[in-house]
Design a protein around this ligand. Structure first.
Ligand code: HEC
Ligand code: HEC
Length: 585
């Protein structure tokens, strides 16, 4: 149970701990707007018509019904704990809450209201006029409506008081069934592959191979990003309070959690195709019940929100105003940062011996040679399907080793170890800035400041410039001393309980000398042999002489080697696995 707890909650501490600060007057105004049907054409439907407080801010329908009575394509998600999200909507098409909150207002299918009409309507109500001035010092604009709604939404937080959270320190808080369920969740059920961290989501997109509904498949992420694997993929939802937000999935096709668990247990709707990430789990009836009991243990206390009475309509006609621009979405990483399509090296077919496979250097070839299925842990490890820090760190480091753009490094790397990076493309899109941050943090150096700030503001969307400066300052100032670094981040940015996790994570990113000095208890993967090699690298770097590395491939790659060297490191991981096929390494 302790191990399951550790696995669930190990990472993403920063994302969850920073609460954006909005003035109370803005949140209050946002609450009023949220419950006001003026936001829809014809004044029939407020945000709360679909996001109902009594139903954990959902509508209980399989798919939402808009102002015109039309059924929409998707299930209404809860609005609880949005601070823990990095992307919004089932397809992640909004990256900032303020970009997102006006979309339903304008959407014809949802509220069908025009912004100029809405703003004119609000300006005509004296009480709103007063509230907007108090909150923003000026009259209603589309941007201020968005900011007020955002401020309100960020008050809808749940405390960490669910049986699951309390069970961490008080074993009696979690029922025996839920405890067994937790272990299944983190183990046999494989749920942790995608539902990880404090919000139980990896903030990524997956196509679970759900049978398409009649009337056509929902393209999901594809509508936003035309990248391989995006079609039919949806953002992994949070599982916090999930027992209250039935029905489930993007189209609400499952009425109960038991049905969801059965779906996973049978390996999805197309088990055994190898196309989708699920496979039959072989859970017994009792185990399925235990898993449901665990999901039910994620309910925490809901925020109490007073529903305001709408302001009375204003007499007379409202003045017309020009449409105020909503904030444009943040620019996507420039197209030139995208990797070139992997040109060469289609996996050679028919590699049958281990030697062939190792020469080919692909996971597919290795799997064939081992006669191993996709669920063999060795193959999974190399595919990056194990939530194994070592592999992730390895990838980070190999990336950090390259002085060029991370995506260029990735293209080179993925030829040698396609499986370690499930998809170079998605790393380059979603992780682009995070990686540049990681790289900058790992390397220190002059590029650190700007890259760090850009990375943080992209990754942790509610960080403003001052936050980013403060955090980057702390990171830069104590790069080699994660304990002090983390202390500098507490308590404004970090939950003090996460100090340990913070220290480990920053040790992974930057403080390798520190990790080595602290010994393998901090980071088991930084064992003696690796630390020796790392020390060698430090020496080589100090001397600015790659020759100091001798034949040590990792050291040479870290010295800023060419693609071939980064590739060699990834090949070495494969080679080690090849040498010791039985050890499961
Ligand atoms: C007709 C029902 C309906 C109304 C009215 C409505 N929503 Fe939604 N809301 C939805 C649906 C459905 C989704 C998911 C859409 C998707 O993913 O494509 C959603 C998604 C969201 C999300 C993203 C949540 C997440 O976890 O990604 C936010 C935030 C949100 N709505 C806020 C609002 C606000 C603010 C209003 C009022 C201005 C509002 N909604 C009005 C149905 C509605
Ligand atoms: C490969 C990644 C992946 C794995 C593994 C996975 N999930 Fe999910 N889960 C998702 C995605 C993506 C969705 C949304 C899918 C959709 O709507 O199309 C989802 C949806 C859900 C939902 C519905 C939530 C809601 O609000 O509608 C529940 C409950 C759930 N998963 C629980 C589990 C459990 C329990 C397991 C382990 C048995 C598990 N998941 C394994 C990715 C995954």
């Amino acid at each position: 149970v302790a191990e399951a707890y550790a696995r669930v909650d190990g990472s993403y501490y920063l994302r969850f701990s920073k609460l954006p600060d909005f003035p109370a007057a803005q949140a209050d105004l946002g609450r009023r707007l949220f419950f006001d049907p003026r936001l829809s054409a014809g004044g029939t439907l407020s945000c709360a018509g679909c996001h109902q407080p009594a139903r954990a801010w959902t509508d209980g329908r399989a798919r939402a019904r808009g102002a015109g009575g039309r059924t929409l394509a998707r299930n209404t998600p809860t609005l609880l704990d949005l601070r823990g999200h990095t992307l919004f909507f089932w397809d992640g098409r909004a990256a900032r809450l303020t970009d997102q909150v006006l979309i339903p207002v304008r959407s014809h299918a949802e509220m069908g209201q025009s912004l100029p009409d809405l703003i004119a309507g609000l300006r005509a109500v004296p009480a709103y006029e007063r509230d907007f001035r108090a909150a923003f010092g000026g009259p209603a604009t589309a941007d201020r409506v968005a900011r007020a709604l955002t401020a309100f939404l960020y008050t809808l937080n749940t405390p960490a008081d669910s049986p699951f959270d309390r069970g961490r320190t008080d074993p009696a808080a979690l029922s025996p069934a839920a405890r067994r369920g937790l272990v299944l969740f983190a183990g046999k059920g494989r749920c942790l592959l995608c539902h990880q961290g404090p919000m139980f989501t990896d903030h990524r997109f997956h196509n679970l191979g759900l049978k398409p509904r009649r009337g056509g498949a929902d393209p999901g992420r594809w509508a936003v990003a035309r990248v391989p694997g995006a079609f039919g993929a949806f953002l992994t939802p949070s599982l916090r309070n999930v027992a209250r937000t039935a029905p489930y999935m993007h189209d609400g096709r499952f009425k109960t959690l038991a049905q969801v668990v059965s779906f996973y247990n049978r390996g999805g709707d197309s088990p055994g195709t190898g196309v989708y990430p699920l496979r039959p789990l072989g859970l017994s009836r009792r185990e399925r019940k235990d898993l449901v009991a665990f999901l039910e243990s994620l309910n925490s206390t809901l925020p109490a929100v007073a529903v305001p009475a709408p302001y009375p309509a204003a007499p007379g006609r409202a003045p017309a105003v020009a449409e105020a621009d909503a904030t444009p979405p943040p620019p996507a990483p420039a197209a030139t940062d995208r990797p070139e399509p992997a040109d060469a090296a289609a996996p050679p077919r028919g590699a049958t011996t281990l030697a062939d496979a190792c020469r080919a250097g692909t996971v597919e070839a290795l799997a064939r040679a081992l006669g191993a299925g996709g669920d063999d842990p060795r193959v999974q490890l190399l595919r990056g399907e194990l939530y194994d820090q070592t592999v992730r760190v390895f990838v980070y480091r190999a990336l950090a080793a390259r002085s060029g753009a991370p995506c260029g490094a990735l293209a080179g790397l993925s030829r040698g170890s396609a499986g370690i990076l499930q998809s170079a493309d998605y790393f380059c899109r979603d992780w682009y800035h995070e990686l540049s941050f990681v790289r900058a943090a790992a390397e220190g150096g002059p590029g650190f400041g700007p890259a760090c700030r850009a990375g943080l503001r992209w990754s942790y969307r509610d960080f403003d410039a001052a936050d980013a400066r403060a955090v980057c300052g702390a990171v830069a100032g104590h790069l080699d001393d994660p304990a002090r670094l983390c202390a500098a981040l507490t308590p404004r940015y970090l939950d003090p309980r996460q100090l340990g996790a913070c220290e480990r994570e920053y040790a992974l990113l930057g403080g390798r000398a520190y990790a080595c000095a602290r010994g393998p208890r901090l980071l088991p993967e930084w064992n003696e042999r690796r630390c020796e090699e790392y020390t060698l690298y430090r020496r080589a770097r100090a001397a600015r002489d790659p020759a100091v590395c001798g034949s040590h491939a990792l050291c040479r790659a870290l010295m800023g080697g060419a693609a071939a060297e980064a590739d060699a490191v990834s090949r070495r991981v494969l080679a080690e696995a090849c040498r010791r096929p039985e050890s499961g390494s």
